[in-house]
Design a protein around this ligand. Structure first.
Ligand SMILES: Nc1nc2c(ncn2[C@@H]2O[C@H](COP(=O)(O)OP(=O)(O)OP(=O)(O)O)[C@@H](O)[C@H]2O)c(=O)[nH]1
Ligand SMILES: [Mg+2]
Length: 330
């Protein structure tokens, strides 16, 4: 596929991306996000063509409950990194935006500095499609940003299990943000997200919150202690910081780099990315097969009857699946 030359339009896009032209990057991502079959085909060719130029960024996933300070953190961290000479891309997976038409990144006021930073590229979540589809598009957008020379990609998501898994599956480091608790820290510490976390960071450790933040961190630390770490070369630390004052933001990044060095040395970074790539293949295949299945004419005419029969308890789900499979010839 990559050996076939790109059409003049796509070649122009690829050149513009290589030159780091923001307007072209934005256009390429719009192509990726488009629902039109011809656009999707073109986007696939473009990404395939750019693939050799991808993979060089530090990919960080960031999650946390609404109001925890994700945007403020990304603004503070991102600005610090661009000041050090990094190029920072900020992307998002927000399954709720598909319903509301809004987006966690639509509110750029909390990322005012980064949004205006010439060395940062901030893109809201794709606003339509299934979670799997949205996440797949964000992942391809990440590849475009890498090909454009962005060496740090921050992917924001909100605290819902599925979107967190999707973002952890496209990043090298998964950062879970927490609030200084009001005694309910451990309830907020869902088992699923802890298993994904490479670090837990308690934000808003400033002013009156400082003591509570430290106490929350101690509780999380104790809770993490009883879990088996995901990686033999990394035990997820628990830290406190303040996105508002910037206290501890430098330490967040230092920890991300420390993690990187260790897992790279152990061969785990490459292994994680290999596994992720294959996982995405299956996830995208599943999405595609499902879409195809749902639009199958023979099946469409059968489904209402089967669904009703299953709902009313006249037919077992297993027998209904048998009939569906027969209709599809599988
Ligand atoms: N005191 C204090 N307030 C903070 C800090 N970080 C964020 N805030 C405040 O917390 C509120 C929410 O911050 P956001 O950055 O918008 O949080 P978010 O996680 O992006 O929120 P959603 O996008 O709604 O999910 C804002 O009023 C921030 O000013 C911090 O370190 N200390
Ligand atoms: Mg936000």
């Amino acid at each position: 596929m990559s050996s076939r030359p790109l059409s003049p339009d796509l070649a122009r896009l690829a050149r513009g991306i290589g030159a780091g032209e923001r307007a072209v990057i934005a256009r390429a991502i719009t192509l990726i996000e488009s629902g039109r079959a011809d656009h999707q085909k073109a986007a696939r060719r473009l990404v395939q063509n750019l693939l050799p130029r991808t993979g060089n960024a530090v990919r960080v996933g960031i999650t946390g409950a609404p109001g925890v300070g994700k945007s403020t953190t990304i603004d503070a961290l991102g600005t610090r990194l661009t000041a050090q000479g990094h190029k920072v891309a900020v992307l998002a997976v927000d399954p709720s935006s598909a319903r509301t038409g809004g987006s966690i990144l639509a509110d750029k006021t909390r990322m005012a500095r980064l949004a205006a930073d010439p060395n940062a590229f901030v893109r809201p979540s794709p606003a339509s499609g299934t979670l799997g589809g949205v996440a797949a598009k964000t992942r391809e957008s990440m590849l475009i940003c890498e090909a454009a020379g962005y060496d740090v990609v921050l992917v924001e998501t909100i605290g819902t299990g599925q979107s967190e898994t999707a973002v952890a599956d496209m990043t090298d480091f998964f950062l879970v943000l927490m609030l200084p608790g009001a005694g309910d820290e451990l309830q907020g510490l869902k088992k699923g997200v802890v298993e994904l976390a490479d670090m837990i960071a308690v934000n808003k450790a400033d002013g009156d919150n400082l003591k509570r933040a430290k106490a929350a961190a101690a509780e999380y630390h104790a809770a993490l202690h009883i879990l088996t770490p995901r990686s033999p070369s990394w035990t997820p630390p628990v830290v406190t910081y303040s996105a508002l004052t910037g206290d501890g933001i430098g330490q967040l990044w230092a920890t991300i780099l420390d993690h990187r060095e260790r897992v790279a040395k152990a061969g785990e970074l490459a292994a994680r990315r290999r596994e992720q790539q294959v996982k995405w293949m299956w996830a995208m295949l599943e999405d595609r097969v499902f879409a195809r299945l749902k639009s199958d004419a023979a099946l469409k005419s059968k489904l209402p009857r089967l669904e009703a029969a299953v709902a009313e308890g006249r037919m077992s789900p297993a027998v209904a699946v048998d009939e569906i499979a027969a209709a599809l010839g599988v």
